[in-house]
Design a protein around this ligand. Sequence first.
Ligand SMILES: N[C@@H](CCC(=O)N[C@@H](CS)C(=O)NCC(=O)O)C(=O)O
Length: 150
Amino acid sequence: MAALAHSLYLQGPNPWKVAIFLNELDLAYETELMQFPDLKKEPFESINPNGRVPAIEDPNTGMKVWESGAIIEYLLETYDEANKSGLRYTSGAAKWEQKSWAYFQMSGQGPMYGQRAWFTFVSHNVASFWVHTATILTRSAMCSTTRRRT
Ligand SMILES: N[C@@H](CCC(=O)N[C@@H](CS)C(=O)NCC(=O)O)C(=O)O
């Protein structure tokens, strides 16, 4: 396989899922440690219109991929033909069990752990937190959709 030089925009817990997976597949990669203010503007928003890490750029394919779950699926499909990770289920019950756990992690466990950390370490005002979070997430989702490349 050709040498791979991924740029992984790394800060907070989610990028580590991708780093662990890159290591599992023995893929060479470079990391770029981002600062929070740099996530919500160019040039990073051209990589991830949602302005969050992780995101990767793959010079082998020219692909830019963001959202940790999507990145892991991309790496599985692109670089794990031999099922080195043991996670490349392409059919049957194992495929759908894997997808069930992956969706649970990304839509349930991950966000809940994040919100608990926010309440515990940053904001202790639960009521205003929910209004604030819903507002930010709604705006962020609208902006991401608007910025989506065609
Ligand atoms: N669902 C996303 C979550 C990404 C995410 O929230 N990343 C955090 C760091 S772990 C981040 O970029 N936070 C910056 C922000 O929310 O502005 C994923 O799994 O990639």
